[in-house]
Design a protein around this ligand. Structure first.
Ligand SMILES: NC(=O)c1ccc[n+]([C@@H]2O[C@H](COP(=O)([O-])OP(=O)(O)OC[C@H]3O[C@@H](n4cnc5c(N)ncnc54)[C@H](OP(=O)(O)O)[C@@H]3O)[C@@H](O)[C@H]2O)c1
Length: 294
């Protein structure tokens, strides 16, 4: 099975470079090798590899910057995805792609199911939803995983930022009224490999699946957990546990509006693959332990 991996230097792409190895030879492409903003060059580069599996871990993920440049974000998150889906259909290849909890409007407190109505409030969410729609319209075979609050040891993320700020500052203010499940790039890449293997054996239907760690917390809960873990691991932490202040979304205005309820119901994927997805704390601890050793 010849694999083309796009976004190989991102958080998830970096982990996929390892977990996809047992499935076949990988052509791992970075932005410098294949720019999703250049649709013609992208189509040629990917087609030339004659892939049986296309894994797209590349995306415009700068959520706030997308508000002021939705056209470019749309080209990367939707138009380029349409190109990949067309190649997959023409070749009879499988396309693996990632989407986001930001496709939902964030209302209510029940975890979102794959069948729930979408309603993104942000430009990023709209472009990611358009990417999903392009895949559905193409008629290609695809596994699309919506995930949330990604963290890992490769690349920038909230956990890394909190450990840096905890070492620099005596107090922190973190949003406590957005709820979701921090999900590690490692877990996403592990489950992706399991899902592709299952698809090859006809044990999982192509389609849209929610993929997140179990349990839930707020950004404040995640910051507090990660910082206390780092303190126990001997990392320099200036901030006292009591000095991590819980604030509301309205106290921390950002260009893009985030969903208050980012919970994803992962029962469809767990059932299909026979998974018992770990609580979010399991992989956050792994990320923190490795970050403090870097
Ligand atoms: N991060 C999250 O919290 C989160 C949450 C939900 C869903 N997701 C989704 O999960 C997937 C993986 O996210 P991630 O956290 O691994 O993202 P990431 O760390 O930001 O990685 C994205 C990768 O895409 C590359 N990229 C961006 N624009 C490109 C372009 N025009 N051409 C080629 N490559 C380009 C980036 O390259 P550079 O490094 O050169 O910029 C980077 O390597 C994405 O589909 C994302 O939408 C992420």
């Amino acid at each position: 099975m010849k694999i083309v991996l796009l976004g190989a230097q991102g958080q998830v792409g970096h982990e996929l470079s390892r977990t996809l190895l047992p499935l076949g030879p990988i052509c791992a492409l970075r932005r410098a090798d294949a720019d999703l903003g250049d649709l013609a060059a992208l189509a040629k580069r990917v087609s030339d590899e004659k892939p049986d599996l296309i894994v797209n871990a590349a995306a415009w993920t700068a959520v706030d910057r997308a508000e002021s440049d939705e056209a470019t974000a749309h080209r990367v998150n939707a138009d380029a995805v349409e190109v990949l889906a067309r190649i997959a259909r023409e070749r009879g290849a499988l396309l693996v792609h990632y989407s986001t909890d930001y496709v939902f409007d964030g209302s209510g407190s029940r975890p979102w199911r794959e069948t729930d109505p979408t309603g993104p409030h942000s430009a990023y969410g709209r472009t990611k939803l358009a990417g999903e729609a392009a895949i559905a319209a193409s008629g290609c075979q695809a596994l699309v995983f919506r995930t949330s609050w990604v963290h890992g040891t490769h690349g920038g993320n909230f956990v890394r930022t909190m450990l840096r700020l905890a070492a620099e500052r005596e107090s922190l203010s973190v949003v406590a009224d957005q709820i979701g499940a921090p999900t590690s790039a490692e877990l996403i890449a592990d489950v992706t490999a399991l899902a592709v293997a299952a698809w090859r054996q006809g044990r999982i239907e192509p389609g849209l699946y929610h993929l997140a760690a179990a349990g839930e917390t707020s950004w404040h809960g995640l910051a507090t957990h990660a910082i206390e873990r780092a303190r126990r691991m001997g990392h320099t932490v200036r901030v006292d546990a009591g000095a991590i202040r819980a604030i509301g979304t309205s106290d921390y205005p950002t260009p893009a509006r985030r969903p208050a309820n980012s919970r994803l119901d992962c029962a469809k994927l767990s059932t299909a693959l026979g998974l018992d997805l770990p609580d979010w704390t399991v992989h956050v601890d792994r990320t923190v332990d490795r970050l403090v050793q870097q």
